[in-house]
Ligand binder design. Structure first.
Ligand SMILES: Nc1ncnc2c1ncn2[C@@H]1O[C@H](COP(=O)(O)OP(=O)(O)OP(=O)(O)O)[C@@H](O)[C@H]1O
Ligand SMILES: [Ca+2]
Length: 816
């Protein structure tokens, strides 16, 4: 320490100069330690203060006080939340509409968030992340208490206590505790096992809900459409919404067409709400897309949304009892009650017999002689009688019965998870065992859902490979139709990179064919036209259409794309390969039908493109009805899309059939395609066809009378071109006939049938949220073979429980 410092401390401490040198040193040491302690504790206090607040800015840079909450974004979360929650149109206008909000939260409406990982982290910090607080999970103690509350357990505990008391009284402490003690041990064992199994089941459900809540969302970031987990969504993200999707956060409508939202999960209203740019641009987390498509700008996530708030209060009720469990519980308590009644009866009879002097001891003397009998003897006799009654109750109650079911279900649920089936509803495990019919959809379940265009017909000529011979005019129209009439998209990072396609499998197949084979430039096509109106694809209509205006010459065009025979029916002319427009009379139509049938019998999915140009006047007339022209179109071309069967499906189908379960295919696809795939999978035997009543079309089935339907439902193996309603009708019909029906499906079109079925199985990968939510079991690998495995597990549960009941009931009767 420098002399100066030393002397200044000496001065501060007011050390008398007379103090000796060693003493001075001690003073100094004390002063140094004291000062450093004070400084240290001061620093700790200021750190603690800062923990909750912000770090105080360094004095040398005091001019720029950077606050991430309001400097990087020009709007704060409270404003955003209120804007959407209150549907405040006025405020939205003041802020410059969706575009204004987007620029305030530093996002590009077209390309999404442009920054990288840091940008996303910054947004998470400023606006929160898309997760909600979960209610605390129930502890083991909770389940232990629950187990004690059971009536049967209470009766048994009372009996055990009585038995213990009487036993000790009669035989002394050393030998008398056996009976009562062993009942206690058994009861505690039952309590422990059921508490442990319920606790584990609760944890399992928690784990499952974490898996099933982790939905993949289509998001545009840095101009690229990609899938991210719903939990990674941040404010400023641009989300693509399609039919069947769940709206993942609160936000604003950017663009889209005929977007219908099902808000029933929030409001309870079953009517769909139209979301559009002007009247209602507000979208709410937790609602579902019922029709159409669109893009939204995320403005609030997680706990800032009404859904988040709601979900943080709801805890999943895992105490759900399956029908079998409920029945067995009832059986147990009925048996218990009968046991109790019998015990009372026995008690009464024995007591009456004893007190009326009708009983004799070993020596043949009357046991009860009125006042001559010793009190001790009386007490002993009564205790013996009560003990006998208690034994009856204990033996009568089959306390292990419900427990065995719980254990079996919990075990098989775990095993099913390992076999790619996630059980959402426990009752499905046991119901599946008794399924007599499985109605499966085709696309994605029996087939791979990996679609590829393998055939292209222009007019009545099949175009193999070469596109050079196609007339440029027709080619241009096809490209226009593909690029503008789609919900899919194509992206590549640079001109050398490979394309990434997104959208439904059918859309992806068509886009990749047009871009790679026809050398279509999607961006260029999109830039060259303005979209005036869109009719979005849905399973009811099985087609989609657009109305566009070309920027170059202001001509107006209608493009349709959809199920080949439906589009063909709308056409009155066609282009041949050389680009000449020809009349489509009945004879020509039947030629085209032959072509479609030919492709379909080779199990190809057929899609047709049609086009017509309309005048300004026609456009204005049509505007009022907001409908696209749908007759007198010109057929542009047909494509055949291959979607191969999944390997192993045939075996799985055979296994199900062998187990006595009927398999029916109910699909939205063409009847010939459906038949070809059904034969490939073994659902249909080669001899069966339309004439034998094994194959029908949805429309035909719909138009049957109720009696006809009931009569024919059993025979039908394949129902093609079915609408969502037809699928539902079939399930209802089968259920009325007393069948136990399982339904598998992935699309929104399957949701009504999935809900109606005894067991609904949805597909985990391709399945839409709506389908998953309507189902009891989610097949994680989308494979029909896993459906067969679920059936096997269901049967196993049933068998095991049956065996246990037999064992328990016979062992219960044995002592009698
Ligand atoms: N993006 C699309 N644009 C136009 N038409 C389409 C499109 N996707 C499918 N289609 C047509 O609609 C039909 C499919 O209808 P739907 O959605 O009811 O069945 P799916 O769900 O694909 O099949 P499945 O019921 O077997 O799973 C197809 O056969 C095809 O002709
Ligand atoms: Ca499907």
């Amino acid at each position: 320490m420098s002399n100066f410092l030393r002397s200044s401390i000496e001065y501060l401490l007011d050390v008398p100069s007379t103090v000796s040198q060693p003493k001075k040193m001690w003073h100094l040491a004390f002063a140094t330690i004291y000062c450093s302690r004070t400084i240290h504790s001061l620093a700790r206090v200021s750190m603690a203060n800062n923990k909750t607040g912000k770090l105080s800015p360094s004095h040398s840079f005091i001019i720029l006080d950077i606050n991430p909450h309001n400097s990087s974004f020009n709007i704060n979360q409270a404003n955003l939340t209120e804007l959407v929650k209150k549907k405040n149109h006025k405020r939205l206008r003041q802020l410059g509409g969706v575009a204004g909000i987007a620029s305030a939260i530093k996002t590009d409406i077209e390309g999404g968030i442009c920054g990288g990982v840091q940008d996303i982290a910054r947004r998470q910090e400023a606006f929160g992340s898309n997760a909600y607080k979960k209610p605390p999970t129930k502890s083991f103690f909770h389940f232990l208490v629950e187990a004690f509350k059971d009536l049967t357990i209470a009766i048994l505990l009372a009996c055990a206590a009585l038995s213990l008391g009487f036993g000790i009284k009669e035989h002394g402490l050393k030998e008398g505790w056996y009976d009562g003690g062993s009942i206690f041990v058994a009861v505690f064992l039952v309590i422990a096992v059921s508490a442990v199994s319920n606790y584990r089941q609760n944890r399992q459900f928690d784990k499952l809900s974490r898996v099933s809540n982790n939905i993949q969302i289509d998001v545009v970031r840095q101009g690229r459409r990609q899938q991210v987990s719903i939990f990674e969504l941040v404010v400023g993200d641009v989300v693509c919404l399609n039919i069947g999707d769940q709206v993942p956060a609160d936000g604003l409508f950017i663009d889209g067409h005929s977007l219908q939202i099902d808000e029933s999960s929030m409001t309870g209203e079953s009517d769909h709400v139209e979301v559009n740019h002007d009247q209602n641009p507000f979208l709410f987390s937790g609602t579902k897309v019922a029709d159409g498509y669109g893009r939204m700008l995320v403005t609030s996530v997680g706990m800032n949304t009404t859904w988040g708030e709601m979900m943080s209060h709801v805890s999943r009720d895992t105490s759900e009892q399956t029908p079998l469990q409920a029945r067995l519980n009832k059986l147990t308590s009925s048996i218990g009650k009968v046991g109790l009644a019998v015990a009372f009866l026995v008690l009464a009879v024995l007591l009456i017999r004893y007190f009326t002097g009708n009983t004799q001891d070993e020596n043949g003397n009357r046991e009860f002689n009125g006042s001559k009998t010793k009190v001790d003897d009386i007490v002993n006799a009564v205790v013996g009688i009560v003990a006998a009654a208690v034994t009856i109750v204990v033996v009568a109650i089959p306390e292990g019965l419900p427990l065995a079911v719980t254990l079996t279900l919990a075990y098989s649920m775990k095993r099913m998870m390992a076999d790619q089936a996630m059980v959402r509803k426990l009752s499905a495990c046991e119901t599946m065992g008794s399924a007599t019919t499985i109605c499966t959809d085709k696309t994605g379940t029996l087939t791979m859902n990996l679609m590829k265009v393998t055939k292209f017909w222009l007019g009545q000529e099949s175009m193999e490979q070469s596109t050079s011979s196609i007339s440029p005019h027709v080619l241009e129209l096809i490209k226009q139709g593909v690029a503008l009439n789609t919900t899919g998209s194509a992206y590549r990072a640079n001109p050398e990179a490979e394309y990434e396609f997104s959208g439904t499998p059918t859309e992806k197949a068509i886009l990749s064919w047009a871009i790679l084979d026809l050398e279509m430039d999607m961006e260029e096509q999109k830039q060259s036209c303005i979209t005036l109106h869109v009719e979005a694809f849905n399973s009811q209509k099985k087609r989609s259409g657009v109305l566009i205006r070309k920027k170059l010459d202001s001509t107006i065009h209608v493009h349709w794309k959809g199920a080949a025979e439906k589009i063909l029916a709308m056409c009155s002319s066609y282009y041949d390969a050389s680009g000449i427009m020809k009349d489509l009379d009945d004879q020509q139509k039947s030629v085209f039908k032959q072509i479609i049938q030919g492709m379909a019998s080779n199990s190809l999915r057929c899609i047709a493109f049609a086009h017509t140009q309309i005048s300004e006047q026609q456009y204005e007339e049509g505007m009022e009805e907001t409908k696209l022209k749908e007759n007198s179109l010109t057929l542009l071309g047909l494509v055949g899309i291959k979607d191969p069967c999944r390997p192993g499906v045939k075996k799985a189908v055979e296994a199900c059939q062998h187990a006595g379960v009927n398999i029916k295919m109910i699909t939205g696809d063409n009847v010939f395609t459906a038949r070809a795939i059904a034969i490939e999978c073994g659902i249909l035997k080669p001899g069966q066809d339309m004439f034998s009543g094994a194959v029908v079309e949805g429309e035909e089935f719909r138009n049957y009378t109720h009696e006809e339907r009931m009569e024919k439902a059993d025979k039908i193996c394949v129902m093609a071109r079915s609408s969502p309603f037809d699928k539902l009708l079939m399930v209802q019909c089968l259920k009325q006939k007393g069948q136990v029906v399982a339904v598998t499906g992935d699309g929104t079109n399957d949701a009504p049938a999935l809900k109606e079925a005894d067991i609904g199985l949805s597909m985990g990968i391709q399945g839409t949220e709506v389908a998953k939510e309507s189902s009891d079991i989610v097949i994680l690998d989308d494979n029909f073979a896993s459906v067969a495995t679920v059936l096997r597990w269901g049967r196993c549960v049933y068998n095991n429980i049956q065996k246990f009941i037999q064992f328990q009931l016979t062992s219960m009767l044995l002592p009698w």
